[in-house]
Design a protein around this ligand. Structure first.
Ligand SMILES: Nc1ccn([C@@H]2O[C@H](COP(=O)(O)OP(=O)(O)OP(=O)(O)O)[C@@H](O)[C@H]2O)c(=O)n1
Ligand SMILES: C[C@](O)(CO)[C@H](O)COP(=O)(O)O
Length: 226
């Protein structure tokens, strides 16, 4: 089964702040994007970036089997652009992953690939273990049942032809993730165990969390590779 990665990296990282978008920031000696691409080494990857970021992208992809394409105004539009770019040499399966998740454990990636042996889609998630509230103006306004709720992660894997058709047939571009688009097209999506290490760098405080994980996993040598 030929599997390819589609790494979405066309966002602007507004919530994270900084002089450059978060995916181009250096963490533990490499850019966020480089760390993410290295998790997928061994399979062809399509890196979807903002048109202004082509130089950053080429630097991050150096020496790797990576094609760089321009993304769109939303995450879903960027995924669609990456899927369409793959159509000339379509893989059997595609793993759609946020570049902002550089600490993805390889075991989680492997679990998604394994699950695609018996499902049209598979994605990692963590069951909600905290109580859930609604709130407004700094006060609790209600509580919600956590039963059956999961925190979705990426990579979200699919049979390529199925997810391409789902994106082509999906109206609108504000889907929260590709599982939402897949399910709207009738695809069954298996849940595989996610990891607390597989955080999405979103706010300023997430860079230190990611650095601690990467340095612990790769040792201090990671910092000496700048
Ligand atoms: N038009 C977009 C928007 C987002 N993404 C990607 O989708 C992933 C998840 O999005 P998010 O964490 O929200 O990243 P940003 O949109 O960059 O962050 P922000 O909302 O803070 O600007 C990221 O890897 C981001 O690069 C993308 O490829 N194209
Ligand atoms: C795709 C995702 O990472 C699954 O949890 C999440 O929906 C991305 O959300 P964002 O607001 O685009 O960061």
């Amino acid at each position: 089964m030929r599997t390819a990665a589609l790494i979405v990296a066309a966002g602007r990282g507004t919530r994270a702040g900084g002089a450059v978008p978060k995916q181009w920031r250096v963490v533990a000696g490499r850019t966020v994007a480089r760390w993410t691409l290295e998790v997928f080494e061994g399979m062809p990857a399509t890196l979807v970036v903002h048109p202004d970021d082509m130089d950053f992208a080429r630097a991050a992809a150096e020496g790797l089997d990576v094609s760089v394409v321009a993304g769109g105004a939303t995450r879903a539009a960027s995924v669609r652009a990456g899927l369409e770019a793959m159509a000339a040499t379509p893989p059997d399966c595609v793993l759609i992953h946020d570049v902002a998740r550089p600490c993805l454990p390889r075991a989680v990636l492997d679990a998604v690939v394994a699950a695609l042996g018996h499902a049209d889609g598979a994605a990692p998630a963590l069951a909600v273990t905290d109580a859930l509230w609604t709130g407004a103006d700094g006060f609790v306004t209600g509580t919600r049942d956590r039963a059956g709720l999961f925190r979705a992660q990426t990579p979200q894997g699919f049979r390529y032809d199925a997810i391409l058709a789902a994106h082509r047939g999906h109206a609108g571009s504000d889907a929260a993730d590709d599982v939402e688009i897949a399910r709207a097209a009738g695809l069954a999506v298996a849940i595989v165990p996610g990891s607390e290490q597989n955080l999405k760098i979103t706010g300023p405080g997430d860079f230190d969390r990611a650095a601690a994980i990467l340095e612990e996993r790769h040792g201090r040598k990671a910092r000496e590779r700048i």
